[in-house]
Ligand binder design. Structure first.
Ligand SMILES: *Cc1c(COP(=O)(O)O)cnc(C)c1O
Length: 478
């Protein structure tokens, strides 16, 4: 340890000048950390710091003044905070994409949060039939409600929709053929491709039609004794436009029934209500899909449904029964936290009049642009001040997306902040610098860059997050 007052602050430190671990641990600041986190953790982190200091000293890059206890404690505290910081962190989603897969998709309503808290800390009837006192089935907790909302005869829940499709195919089509239109052989983000899942499920894919046009006779000609099902995949993240033809579901169901093969639908987002009543684009609902005669339908829990990550499989009772009996179901089943969150979210759909207020996802999707405009006006001067005169920050209208593959070509009128570079030289670098600065803040802020312009869409910004931004943007761009 070095007494800083007695030394030339520019003098270089030698490895021998480094304090001993025990000596440092007895300093009041370090003793406090030991009290909070235990001796083992603090000693280990302290050794790490001393190693860095030694390397710095050997390289002739450590001033003796850096070894005074106040500076060492400050440096140690920073390192400790970084080490202890959880890896999963809250972010502020200003991308304009409401259901952003990389940012965790749907945000859950309070009802779900409370139910998860209870399930985390209290025993519950996860697989216990309270009436009979016998072992129960975890699907029973939500099956009746899912059937009520979709008109299906039976339902089961797995880890996500990819798992739902895998389980459905593995149960109904192992070593047999699945007929799919070439226009529907989609890849969803995160390496989910229909042909690959099909192969992993042990099913043979029979592609029919072309990318843009598939006719009834294309399906008809492909059907043989090996056919396990006709399958439709919802074009979640792309659109085929122009000279196109697809066989609609009702028609496909007729073909299937004539040949005695079931028709299944991977609906992807799978909304439970007609979103056009809130001015949103119309998506086929699960109920409509069942009503059109689909034998099995799969869809996600955390896309438009607005619940936790899950995959829902609904449809004919006999088919759902065999899906539940597949040993893979055990491997793909959901945990109690998922079920705890899913039930209250589904229950909100019983009162559709209140859905746009109570279901977070729908509330965000239907937020009037004037609300975002007010937030933009309040935040604009702060960000302008923080970025300085090389940039302009403007409150402007913009378009948000639903996201997660739901309705890729539809956009929602929104409002936000637009950052442009007006200093000397090219805009690319300076705009990236702002993006990095925002991403590096205590609560990272994620926007969207387009044509060297940074867009911060405020659709998903809550009042609490706005307060955080106000605090974060009170210091200038570093
Ligand atoms: C999103 C999607 C999937 C994958 O669902 P996850 O819940 O992300 O596993 C599968 N198929 C379609 C059509 C989708 O849109």
């Amino acid at each position: 340890m070095i007494d800083s007052t007695s030394l030339d602050p520019t003098a270089l430190a030698q490895p021998a000048d480094l304090p001993a671990v025990d000596r440092l641990l007895s300093e009041p600041a370090f003793a406090l950390w030991v009290q909070q986190h235990g001796r083992q953790l603090i000693t280990q982190q302290l050794r790490k710091l001393l190693q860095q200091l030694r390397a710095q000293a050997l390289a002739g890059k450590l001033a003796r003044s850096e070894l005074n206890v106040v500076q060492l404690a400050a440096r140690f505290e920073k390192q400790l905070q970084q080490y202890l910081q959880p890896q999963l962190r809250p972010m502020i989603n200003l991308t304009g994409t409401v259901l952003h897969t990389n940012l965790g998709r749907a945000l859950l309503p309070d009802e779900a949060v409370q139910a998860v808290l209870t399930a985390l800390t209290t025993p519950a009837n996860l697989e216990f039939d309270v009436r009979t006192g016998k072992r129960g089935d975890r699907d029973d907790l939500v099956e009746a409600l899912i059937c009520e909302l979709t008109g299906a005869e039976a339902a089961t829940v797995v880890n996500n929709n990819a798992a739902a499709v895998l389980l459905m195919l593995s149960t109904m089509a192992a070593e047999r053929e699945v007929v799919v239109s070439r226009g529907e052989l989609v890849e969803i983000g995160g390496a989910f491709r229909i042909p690959d899942i099909m192969q992993r499920a042990g099913a043979r894919l029979i592609e029919v039609g072309t990318t843009n046009r598939t006719h009834a006779h294309d399906y008809e000609q492909a059907i043989c004794e090996q056919t396990a099902m006709l399958m439709k995949v919802h074009c979640s993240n792309y659109a085929v436009v122009g000279f196109t033809k697809e066989v609609n579901l009702a028609e496909l169901v007729q073909i299937g029934r004539r040949h005695g093969v079931p028709t299944t639908v991977d609906l992807g987002s799978g909304t439970l209500v007609d979103l056009s009543q809130w001015g949103l684009p119309k998506e086929p609902t699960v109920k409509e899909t069942i009503a059109a005669g689909a034998d099995v339908v799969t869809f996600s829990g955390d896309k438009l449904l607005g619940g936790p990550q899950a995959g829902l499989i609904v449809g004919r009772k006999d088919l759902i029964q065999s899906i539940k009996k597949n040993p893979l179901k055990r491997a793909l089943r959901v945990g109690k936290l998922t079920l705890a969150a899913l039930e209250p979210v589904l229950a909100l759909y019983r009162s559709p009049e209140h859905l746009a207020q109570r279901l977070t996802t729908l509330r965000l999707l239907t937020r009037p642009a004037v609300q975002m405009q007010e937030q933009a006006k309040a935040l604009q001067p702060l960000l302008q001040q923080a970025l300085g005169s090389d940039y302009t920050v403007a409150a402007e209208p913009m378009l948000s997306q639903i996201g997660s593959g739901a309705m890729p070509i539809d956009v929602l009128p929104s409002y936000g902040l637009v950052v442009r570079y007006v200093g000397a030289g090219r805009a690319g670098g300076p705009i990236m610098r702002v993006e990095k600065w925002l991403r590096g803040q205590q609560r990272p802020v994620i926007g969207r860059i387009q044509h060297d312009t940074l867009f911060l869409d405020l659709r998903c910004l809550s009042a609490a997050e706005q307060a955080i931004l106000q605090a974060q943007w009170s210091t200038a761009l570093a």
